[in-house]
Design a protein around this ligand. Structure first.
Ligand SMILES: NC(=O)C1=CN([C@@H]2O[C@H](COP(=O)(O)OP(=O)(O)OC[C@H]3O[C@@H](n4cnc5c(N)ncnc54)[C@H](OP(=O)(O)O)[C@@H]3O)[C@@H](O)[C@H]2O)C=CC1
Ligand SMILES: CC(=O)C(=O)O
Ligand SMILES: [Mg+2]
Length: 757
């Protein structure tokens, strides 16, 4: 079932959307891309026979060379047999494939690790061990996933003994690391010490047992840890439903039920099932209790239920829609990143503790603007912020160095890091910022939901986008259209209209105000009152723009049925540029883990030098609002004066204008695109004032901006978001003609975020 965050009227997606997401385009979530040119006969003979024989012989002679000549060093296999898929139980190996593909894309997204999913169709422990052992030579690490207890313990242990690469069951150790990190901070906030803290853990499976193992390793006293399962407390002498892993945590106690175990306890961990904790249990805990209800997708008890009982608890769940999310995505990408980078032979306890401490420490630091903007307010270390959030961009440069250092200190690193500071910088460059950028945009809008008017309210993809907008908690969409048409289109397509407003421009009670407003603006531009009446009553762009201009909506989205320039003309009749600003289009181009902003992709066809300087200022402002520190490359076909040409002269002049204006961001030019983007090429110009590759590209003219972004999209596989319309006095976004619902929602969110500032 889709997650249904509290307070939202419907899940953030429907079952149909989840299926469509997975089936659209190339089915599934992964593809393999060649990293070497494959264009000529020579390329082929190097990549394959006969050239490939040379690395073959090198590796045959010295296996460690596989790290130099193959994908091994950046490659993790995500392996399951499908016996414990999330909280869905045993659904078979093939049914686990979407989860494993998902995990593989998260490895890539958060830590630039390539990975492949493997679904082993067996429940026989020996068969699985043998299979993984025989296949495993080519990988740098193994992430076991969703294999049920107790078999998972045997499989992991034997593979760790048999293999010389990290074997890590994430449901065990990933969960334990994140939970321990959050707990260290919660103990600190509530003034507790590890030695004196009493904890009950409900759930004695993969996650529960691994949590207690890690807690013991960081200093918890065994007698202070009570483990429970479906049969209640695991006490010394119990025989029912036991196994050797549970026995290791059996304590001497006369408590028998979970309720008894809760009495006076400081901390409760839930790694069991929804609803396992009752209000009475929570009531009976010690003052300032710590409750981590981590069952997925629904917790043992909800934060609302706890808040209704007591107000002194620190509460965490496994979910993203509450504060303090204990989720293993905070761990596995970065733990493997650190392990791979030192060619670790294992992930040992010291590395796990190092990861937990790095996460705990990170939550105590001031958050950067990127994270702050996602919250609307700056999260501060305290009961509602004990653990970093998954989109925190600092995770990649904090956790892997800690893990790598621990590997080096404990002798499992086969290639130590020489300079940790340089390593940290390299790690930062690996992250793909767009995921966190859009997450921030969405989260910020969720915290301050907006009323967004969709001018083309009768179009199916617009209605779908509006439903998605409500579902994600972004605010109230207003569809401009005839109610019967909108309702019929929604019914035909199975779209729920709950939370969506429909306004028929002809029947609106606000038309007189809109017409008067428009007439005031246009009367000296050849428009009669009758023309204004016609525009408001019959043209949806004018009507929607009037709604925004007069404060009846916060933002507007249009463009599905009209060309950009036509829609922009409509809007401009109603809304002016922000005083002192220029209206431009900025496209976000995301490709190969890198995001650049390209401007002006929409408005000024042949900018003069002064215009180019304005465009640079506007685009740098957008970059800042999206959390990037702008480095603006003023692009031309020339680089620093060579070869000469008229368009380059304008760019050179624009740079002088920016010098004169003393703007507060980095910029330089004229420069060719490759020099702007490639640090090696940039070194040929040691006087260049950019401190790194440009992340904002100001194009010499609209045509070069438009052509290059479209080519990148079609030939380079880039994702292009936008053009974002910036510089208007009110937030309006114009989507590309025929845009799909996902693009519409992204631009509606960006409009509500007011990317224009
Ligand atoms: N937030 C996160 O990042 C993660 C959360 N989890 C969640 O933790 C839970 C357990 O996962 P995992 O350890 O992999 O699963 P396992 O199948 O390995 O273990 C489940 C354990 O829960 C116990 N259990 C089940 N129902 C109850 C109940 N009503 N009361 C007490 N104990 C119960 C079982 O008891 P018995 O032994 O008697 O059968 C078993 O010990 C799941 O909900 C999962 O989603 C897991 C990994 C990560
Ligand atoms: C989060 C996770 O790995 C699980 O629920 O299985
Ligand atoms: Mg899992």
């Amino acid at each position: 079932m889709p997650a249904k965050p509290p307070g939202l009227k419907r899940p953030t997606f429907t079952d149909q959307e989840a299926l469509q997401f997975h089936s659209s385009g190339r089915p599934g979530k992964l593809e393999v891309i060649a990293t070497k040119p494959m264009a000529t006969q020579r390329d082929l003979s190097l990549a394959y026979s006969p050239g490939v024989a040379v690395p073959v012989l090198a590796i045959a002679e010295d296996e460690s060379r596989a790290y130099d000549y193959t994908t091994k060093g950046n490659f993790v296999a995500v392996i399951t047999n499908g016996t414990a898929i999330l909280g869905l139980g045993n659904r078979g190996a093939l049914a686990a494939k979407p989860v494993m593909e998902g995990k593989a894309v998260l490895f890539k997204r958060f830590a630039d690790i390539d990975s492949i999913d493997l679904e082993v169709n067996s429940e026989d422990t020996d068969e699985i061990i043998n299979c993984v052992k025989l296949l495993g030579k080519g990988w740098g690490g193994i992430n076991l996933e969703d294999i049920k207890a107790p078999e998972c313990f045997v499989i992991e242990q034997r593979l760790r003994e048999l293999m010389d690469i990290p074997v890590f069951h994430d449901d065990q150790h990933g969960t334990a690391i994140i939970a321990a990190a959050g707990l260290l901070n919660a103990l600190d906030i509530t003034g507790r010490t590890i030695e004196d803290t009493k904890l009950v853990c409900n759930g004695a499976g993969a996650a529960g047992i691994a949590c207690l193992e890690l807690l013991k390793a960081i200093g918890f006293k065994p007698e202070n840890l009570i483990l429970c399962d479906t049969k209640g407390v695991i006490y010394q002498g119990r025989t029912d439903g036991m196994n050797q892993w549970k026995s290791a945590y059996a304590v001497k106690t006369d408590k028998r039920t979970l309720a008894e175990a809760f009495e006076g306890v400081d901390v409760a961990f839930g790694l069991s099932v929804k609803g396992a904790f009752t209000p009475e249990m929570i009531k009976s805990m010690a003052p300032n209790p710590i409750i981590f209800a981590m069952a997925n997708p629904d917790a043992e008890i909800t934060p609302e239920e706890v808040a209704a009982i007591r107000d002194d608890a620190i509460m965490a769940t496994g979910r993203s829609d509450y504060p303090n999310q204990i989720n293993n995505v905070l761990g596995f990408p970065y733990i493997f990143r650190g392990a791979l980078d030192v060619r670790a032979s294992a992930i040992n306890m010291e590395m796990k503790i190092a990861a937990a401490r790095a996460l705990a420490d990170l939550a105590r630091e001031d958050v950067p603007d990127e994270v702050a903007s996602a919250y609307g307010a700056r999260p501060k270390f305290g009961p509602d912020y004990i653990i970093p959030v998954p989109f925190d961009p600092r995770l990649i440069s904090y956790v892997p160095p800690a893990v790598a250092q621990a590997a080096m200190d404990t002798g499992v690193a086969r290639k130590p890091i020489v300079d940790m500071e340089i390593y940290r910088q390299q790690l930062s460059a690996r992250r793909d910022p767009i995921a966190s950028t859009l997450t921030q945009v969405y989260n910020r809008v969720r915290r301050q939901p907006k009323r967004v008017v969709f001018a083309e309210g009768e179009e199916e993809q617009v209605i779908r986008a509006a439903a998605n907008f409500v579902g994600q908690g972004l605010g109230t969409p207003v569809l401009v259209g005839r109610e019967d048409r909108v309702k019929a289109a929604a019914a035909d397509n199975g779209i729920d209209l709950d939370g969506i407003e429909i306004i028929n421009a002809r029947l609106s009670t606000r038309n007189t105000a809109y017409i008067n407003y428009l007439y005031e603006r246009l009367q000296r531009h050849g428009y009669l009152i009758r023309d204004c009446q016609r525009l408001v009553n019959t043209d949806r762009n004018h009507f929607a723009a009037c709604m925004v201009a007069l404060g009846d909506a916060d933002a507007m989205v249009t463009g599905v049925t009209r060309n950009f320039s036509v829609a922009l003309e409509d809007v401009r009749r109603v809304i002016d540029p922000k005083p002192g600003h220029r209206v431009i289009g900025v496209s976000l181009v995301v490709t190969r883990g890198r995001t650049v902003l390209v401007a002006d992709t929409a408005v000024t066809e042949m900018p003069a030098a002064e215009d180019l300087a304005d465009i640079a200022v506007e685009a740098a402002g957008v970059a800042r609002r999206l959390g990037y520190e702008p480095r603006v490359g003023m692009l031309a076909f020339s680089t620093f004066g060579h070869p000469q040409g008229e368009r380059s002269e304008r760019v050179i002049e624009a740079v002088k204008i920016l010098d004169h204006r003393r703007v507060d961001f980095e910029y330089d030019g004229d420069m060719a695109a490759d020099v702007a983007l490639n640090p090696e090429l940039m070194t040929a110009y040691p006087f260049c004032r950019l401190s790194g590759p440009a992340n904002v590209l100001v194009m010499p003219a609209f045509h070069s901006a438009s052509i290059s972004t479209k080519m990148l999209q079609e030939l380079g596989g880039a994702t292009v978001i936008g053009p974002l319309l910036v510089g208007l006095d009110r937030p309006v976004q114009i989507v590309p003609l025929g845009a799909k619902d996902t693009q519409l929602v992204n631009l509606a969110a960006l409009a509500a975020f007011n990317v224009s500032g």
